[in-house]
Design a binder for this molecule. Structure first.
Ligand code: ATP
Ligand code: MG
Length: 585
């Protein structure tokens, strides 16, 4: 029985004023519960948490929330946090996922030190504990098939029925369980079940399956086992073995807590305190591994690390910084009720971080040639450009200027509308860090398309000021044609058109809401030559265009490829402003 939780949109006005924790961080309810445990001297005042992924997919932004919470609590409270793989399903788990998860947790800025564990390390202990339950008359081997077990389980309104095998003697159960392990039975022939209560109001307590037969190789234990513990049997006991003090998990585990308690009581083992919090949902995004796997397998994206994916590897490739993701996780806080966070808030956190740190460059995405008729052919001069106006320490760089330039095709209008302060016939603009130029002619091809602008420059305006005090309204970016480097640029947008991708018209399939325009590839862009030396993974700002980074997979010095991390438009700031004015604060 899973609990869907109430879904609510989080509006800016719903957000609570920030309550500051000791370390200046927001104090959430999980932190408050743990603080109270420390104050009461429980567990000797110790805090030991864990992040327990199943290695059956890549980590996503929802997992980041859990990682920041678990590792953050340990960090803030002088405790420890383990990384543990709950690897109980050999069919869906792979080493590739294990490696990717480790890399992602590290990249996010957290360290499990020497505490890397696997539930599969505990298989023998879990088996012995199952034997202990059987001996105590609290578990039995059942011959019912999976379908029959489901049918016998009953519903929320109907009690379940007892299996004919429920009354088996201890000795027979012990013998059958031993033979299950020895490989005497085929997959699905038998299971081990806890003997709890087929009439319980909580479906998880209706004699849940603890072990199943699965003749499958495990990514770590190979063929040593042909029975595997169910997640619910392994998870709680693994926490107990690791002496976890606080098992922080998402709301759907609330209804599993009585089962975990029952098992630990039956075994007389250490009880962690389980605290459930609301999982993260994001607009325009799916965060279920099953759905993300479908996107990958059905090739709607190029892989788990496609820059449009909400996976940490996808976001990293897209140009997100770990700091921005941590900041986002801090700001959304931790609640007891499920809600959906506007993806604009995530992008806002990203822009705030990048605005402070990202070096600025010029790039022309849709090049239009400009020839400065009065600039000497063959002359090249170097102009000084500011690397980051937000950071005086970032210094300046020199960029080449010459007779032939590229400007953005969208910065020219043959018949400029009102308030278009860029180039048009007879119009004067400022070139960023350069000169004033005036358009004297537009050269067209036979189809009437503008393919080149003829302009003049005013040599007195170097650096962007006219000695006669003459003003121009527009400043545009540009590149020296001979010096610019060719590059491919990918403009990314949300992967799903609807804020809630699961609310599909008709079919109910989230794939119907895929955004056909989630990527636009521009093949013939130009970028500053200095960008080539930029460390891969460093996100920069293309002035007036947005934030971009070199693609870590496809970009080479010979064939540059850039991903758009984010545009410069901050929709969240607008949402906030609207929220404030509506609420008179
Ligand atoms: P899915 O439901 O998508 O298959 P999962 O929850 O099964 O994901 P796990 O690998 O078991 O994936 O997750 C590891 C931990 O991360 C769990 O403790 C889980 O509660 C937490 N987690 C998963 N998704 C989210 C989310 N969207 N928000 C917060 N925490 C999450
Ligand atoms: Mg899970």
């Amino acid at each position: 029985m899973t609990r869907a939780g109430k879904k609510e949109e989080m509006k800016p006005s719903d957000r609570q004023p920030l309550a500051q924790g000791e370390s200046g961080r927001r104090a959430n309810f999980v932190r408050q519960l743990i603080d109270a445990d420390i104050a009461a001297g429980r567990n000797g005042g110790a805090v030991h948490t864990r992040f327990p992924p199943e290695p059956n997919g890549y980590l996503h932004i929802g997992h980041a929330k859990s990682i920041c919470l678990n590792f953050g609590l340990a960090r803030d409270l002088g405790g420890k946090c383990n990384l543990r793989f709950d690897d109980t399903n050999p069919v869906k788990e792979e080493d590739e996922y294990v490696r990717a998860i480790e890399e992602d947790v590290r990249w996010l800025g957290f360290d499990w030190e020497d505490r890397l564990y696997y539930a599969s390390d505990y298989f023998e202990q879990l088996y012995q504990w199952a034997v202990q339950l059987i001996e105590a008359g609290k578990a039995y081997v059942d011959d019912l098939s999976a379908d029959e077990i489901r049918a016998y389980r009953g519903t929320l309104t109907e009690p379940g029925r007892e299996s004919p095998c429920r009354g088996r003697e201890v000795a027979e159960n012990l013998d059958l369980f031993r033979r299950m392990r020895a490989g005497e039975f085929p997959d699905g022939a038998k299971v081990l079940r806890a003997r709890i209560d087929m009439a319980s109001g909580n479906l998880n307590m209706r004699d849940p399956v603890l072990y199943r037969i699965l003749h499958a190789s495990h990514h770590r234990t190979g063929d040593s086992w042909c029975i595997y513990p169910m997640y619910d049997w392994a998870h709680g006991q693994s926490d107990s073995i690791e002496r976890i003090t606080h098992s922080v998990c998402t709301l759907e585990f609330e209804d599993h807590r009585p089962l975990y308690d029952w098992c630990l009581d039956a075994l007389g083992a250490h009880h962690p305190r389980q605290i459930e919090f609301a999982r993260l949902n994001l607009t325009h995004t799916v965060l279920s591994k099953r759905k993300l796997l479908r996107l990958v397998e059905e090739k709607h994206v190029s892989g788990w690390d496609d820059p449009r994916m909400p996976t940490l590897s996808g976001m990293r490739r897209r140009g997100y910084s770990a700091a921005a993701i941590r900041d986002f996780c801090e700001r959304i806080g931790v609640a007891k009720v499920n809600s959906t966070v506007d993806i604009a808030l995530l992008e806002h956190c990203l822009r705030e971080d990048l605005n402070r740190r990202a070096p600025r460059f010029m790039a022309v995405l849709r090049p239009l040639k400009v020839v400065l008729e009065n600039y000497p052919a063959g002359q090249v001069e170097e102009l000084e450009a500011v690397n980051n106006p937000e950071d005086a320490g970032a210094g300046t760089r020199r960029i080449p200027f010459s007779r032939e330039l590229y400007v953005e095709a969208t910065d020219f209008e043959e018949d400029p509308p009102k308030k278009f302060f860029r180039l048009g016939p007879g119009r004067e603009v400022r070139l960023r860090y350069g000169y004033f130029i005036t358009c004297v002619d537009a050269v067209k091809d036979t189809s009437g398309r503008v393919i080149e602008l003829r302009c003049t420059y005013d040599r007195e305006t170097r650096g962007g000021q006219a000695p006669d005090g003459r003003k121009v309204r527009g400043t545009i970016h540009w590149l020296s044609a001979a010096h610019a480097r060719r590059a491919e640029v990918r403009l990314y947008d949300h992967l799903f058109t609807r804020p809630d991708p699961d609310a599909a018209a008709g079919q109910g399939d989230f794939l119907l809401n895929l955004n056909p325009g989630s990527v636009e590839v521009l093949k013939d862009c130009r970028v500053e030559p200095g960008l080539v030396a930029l460390a891969p993974g460093l996100t920069c700002q293309f002035e007036r265009q947005g934030y971009f980074c070199q693609d870590s997979v496809d970009s080479t010095p010979e064939a540059l490829a850039f991903n758009r991390t984010a545009t410069l438009r901050d929709t969240w700031a607008k949402i906030e402003k609207k929220g404030r004015s509506q609420h008179g604060s």
